[in-house]
Design a protein around this ligand. Structure first.
Ligand code: SAH
Length: 252
């Protein structure tokens, strides 16, 4: 195996997987998504590794670089932020590699929506509040199918993690309220979760846009909405004394 599509994690260089870091150390060629990957993650790269920033490259250029490197017998890491499967634009790369009969492996990473939960010290799946997480985005230049509009997803009142949308916070709020969230619903925004300059903003749907503007946050931020951000919830059954399960009998 010569080609690895690797999740870099959300920012903190210690949040890449052990496997991902080993591959980075061994790689002859690294193509990283420079707009989001923390360059500190690349510090483990070998001193002779060729490093390319895909932010300034097109899909054909990325694929050509991978193909050429494989032909020269080199090992390639294509490094994406968070987990590559989420808004990573990797499908088109994988399909091109398949067309060229280039084998590859995907190594998962810690997605930013999970790094955000850690930053907030928050569980997303609280009993009686929500047992569902919706991962989505507002419509920007990439179209979102109409049936998945924020307004229609809001109807579920689940915990929502909204990517790629902080620059449209006013529209996000408008859609969520139109979809049924009360304007007092808590919302949190984490800018650059796990980076040294991480910022957390907590507010309600009514007050968030103003705070985001005041902090001048326009990118690399996760929006979390839902009543899990309030403190009132039922305790989990898993650790309830009277609750038996496969690994523990109920105590009297
Ligand atoms: N594959 C990535 C997402 C890429 S899309 C992942 O799994 O996290 C880019 C979006 O991810 C950004 O607009 C932002 O919404 C979110 N994001 C990426 N890194 C982040 C971080 N450190 N903190 C908060 N949000 C982040």
């Amino acid at each position: 195996m010569q080609v690895f599509i690797v999740g870099a994690g959300p920012g903190d260089p210690e949040l890449i997987t052990v496997k991902g870091q080993r591959l980075l150390k061994e790689a002859d060629v690294i193509i990283y998504a420079g707009s989001l990957v923390n360059p500190d993650v690349l510090k483990v790269a070998g001193k002779d590794a060729e490093i390319y920033n895909s932010a300034t490259m097109t899909l054909p250029e990325v694929i050509d670089k991978i193909t050429e490197s494989v032909e020269q017998g080199k090992m390639v890491v294509r490094l994406h932020t968070g987990d590559p499967a989420i808004y990573g634009a990797i499908q088109e790369q994988m399909d091109e590699l398949k067309k060229r009969n280039i084998e590859f492996e995907v190594v998962p990473g810690v997605s930013s929506f999970l790094a955000t939960a850690a930053a907030l010290k928050q569980e997303y799946t609280l009993p009686d509040i929500s047992q569902t997480i919706i991962i989505t985005r507002d419509e920007g230049r990439t179209p979102v199918p109409k049936r998945e509009s924020l307004k229609s997803l809001a109807a579920h009142q689940a915990t929502m993690c909204i990517f790629l949308s902080v620059h449209m916070i006013e529209d996000v709020v408008k859609e969520l309220i139109a979809g049924g969230y009360d304007k007092t619903t808590p919302i949190a925004i984490v800018h650059k979760a796990t980076w040294p300059d991480q910022k957390v903003i907590r507010a309600t749907l009514e007050t968030i846009a103003e705070k985001v503007k005041a902090e001048n946050i326009t990118r690399t931020a996760m929006i979390v909405v839902g009543r899990c951000l309030e403190t009132d919830y039922s305790l989990s059954r898993l650790y309830a004394p009277e609750f038996s399960h496969m690994f523990r009998a109920a105590s009297k």
